[in-house]
Design a protein. Structure first.
Length: 293
């Protein structure tokens, strides 16, 4: 059985995200450890760290991963922006380690000048520096396969393989696959044959054993559009069948599969409940697709 969950808000403090996960019947969880749209992060008080870790243990929710800031770009051509990105990622790794998180999901980056290979080299060099600084680090870096908008890197399986190869194949780097991104990057997983071919290609190029997390999102845009627009499960261009195949694929048994679908997120809903109605609906839809043994 996969570990179903969602990306949940940390409003009110990091432990509240675990409470929301418990209330939403999540088995796994993804969070931001800081505002995703800001460079600066508030310090994490030790009491908040301790309570977060205790609530994770008490609820049995896991794996728990974080998604890093959208501002970080290790392939930035501007030296000052690249250095700021490295420093921000260093801080996010430290926060993830303090919280005992299993992984830190990150978009590889975007090359704004030069070539794809230049950008991939810069990403690998930045990651190598940060991993060398933390030789005993427990939190894995999880490269997220992207939709390929603009000059985003990571939308081809070969991009992910090149970064890992440049890092010497370190086991401290894994992969996060997003169903919306896979489709819009041009891998047609809607048909049974397309699903089979996509994962055969991933296994040949990267290796299925590198996958640590799935993001389960339907897509507002069609295969090959290279546009990242998430939709509710079964309501977009993927439909239900790819999710049925994925949820029942024995190769991925036990892996966290996390929603990043749109939320209701009204002020009233935040005040009255820890459960987002759309998260609850999407989780019910996914659970109905799991074959009963």
């Amino acid at each position: 059985m996969p570990r179903l969950g969602a990306h949940l808000s940390i409003a009110g403090g990091l432990p509240r995200a675990v409470d929301r996960a418990k209330a939403s019947r999540c088995e796994a969880l993804q969070i931001f450890t800081k505002s995703a749209g800001q460079w600066r992060a508030r310090p994490l008080p030790q009491e908040e760290i301790d309570l977060f870790r205790r609530r994770v243990t008490e609820t049995g929710i896991g794996p728990v991963v974080a998604h890093n800031s959208y501002l970080i770009n290790l392939a930035a051509a501007l030296p000052s922006l690249r250095q700021q990105s490295i420093e921000s990622l260093r801080e996010e790794l430290a926060r993830a380690e303090a919280l005992g998180l299993d992984g830190l999901v990150m978009h590889p980056g975007s090359y704004t000048s030069g070539t794809e290979h230049d950008g991939l080299r810069m990403i690998a060099d930045g990651l190598a520096r940060l991993l060398d600084e933390r030789p005993d680090g427990r939190t894995q870096i999880l490269l997220e396969h992207t939709a390929g908008q603009g000059t985003n890197l990571g939308h081809r399986f070969e991009h992910l393989a090149e970064i890992i190869d440049r890092l010497g194949g370190t086991p401290r780097v894994g992969i996060c696959l997003d169903t919306c991104h896979v489709l819009t990057a041009g891998y047609d997983i809607c048909t049974e044959e397309g699903y089979r071919q996509t994962f055969e290609a991933f296994d040949r190029i990267v290796g299925l054993d590198r996958i640590r997390v799935f993001h389960l999102n339907d897509s507002k845009k069609p295969c090959g559009s290279r546009v990242d627009r998430h939709e509710h499960i079964g309501k977009g261009c993927l439909g239900l069948e790819p999710f049925r195949r994925l949820l029942n694929d024995a190769r991925f048994s036990g892996l966290p599969m996390l929603l990043e679908t749109p939320k209701l997120e009204t002020p009233e809903s935040r005040r009255t409940s820890d459960v987002d109605p759309w998260d609850a609906r999407n989780l019910r839809t996914l659970r109905r697709l799991i074959a009963k043994v």
